[in-house]
Write a protein that binds this ligand. Structure first.
Ligand code: SAM
Length: 197
């Protein structure tokens, strides 16, 4: 077995054993260990949350005093400790629904958005970055001062422009690839700390 396949298998097995719905949960866990994006008592908004691995991990990291909401176009089975809504993040009217649930601004916004891929790399990349700009619009309305964010980025022509756009809003930005992310995938994660509004 190749090292990459062994690692892929490792995270899938872990997710199965520990009751996480996706191996992606370990990407958030790893990012959080390095950058402390989510802490106990945090209010967390998870955009593009199906099937729910990040939401489950966010519930765990935020603990009893935290509050977590997940949003996806797809149906997501209930997650204890989280509130899930089936909506399109490109629809800005969901901001009211988000603020109604939290009743204050959130400490962290995490985005693991992927469009339905067409197989045409430039189209998929452009669409993924465009989804990220939509998330950033929501973030600007709901994230508290000094809050944190994470964005998955399909790396390509527009990724640095998106990173620079975020750089103006945060004290620190880190572009990184967690071990749990497949080596051959072109995804990166942009970790943003210390929002200034
Ligand atoms: C890679 S999956 C997220 C995996 C998730 N973080 C987990 O750990 O289980 C990406 C998700 O983005 C969602 N998505 C794509 N476009 C969306 C949109 N416009 N509004 C809401 N969700 C969207 C997809 O439905 C898909 O479920």
């Amino acid at each position: 077995m190749k090292l990459i396949d062994a690692r892929k298998d490792h995270y899938r097995k872990l997710a199965h054993e520990q009751g996480f719905r996706s191996r992606a949960a370990y990407k958030l866990k790893e990012l959080n260990r390095s950058y402390r994006i989510i802490g106990p008592g945090f209010y967390v908004l998870d955009l593009g949350c199906a099937p729910g691995g990040w939401t489950q991990m966010a519930v765990k990291l935020a603990g009893n005093r935290g509050k977590v909401m997940g949003v996806d176009l797809s149906y997501v089975d209930e997650i204890p400790g989280a509130h899930i809504i089936r909506e399109n993040i490109e629809d800005e009217s969901i901001i009211d629904e988000i603020m109604y649930y939290f009743n204050r601004k959130v400490n962290a916004v995490v985005c693991d958005l992927s469009p339905q891929v067409t197989g045409n790399w430039s189209v998929d990349h452009a669409k993924q970055i465009s989804l990220n700009y939509s998330c950033a619009k929501i973030m600007d309305k709901v994230l508290m001062h000094k809050g944190n964010a994470v964005f998955k980025v399909f790396d390509g022509e527009y990724s640095m422009e998106f990173r620079d756009y975020l750089r103006k809003k945060f004290a620190k930005i880190h572009l990184t690839k967690p071990m749990a992310s497949r080596k051959q995938s072109s995804e990166l994660y942009c970790v943003c700390l210390g929002y200034s509004n």
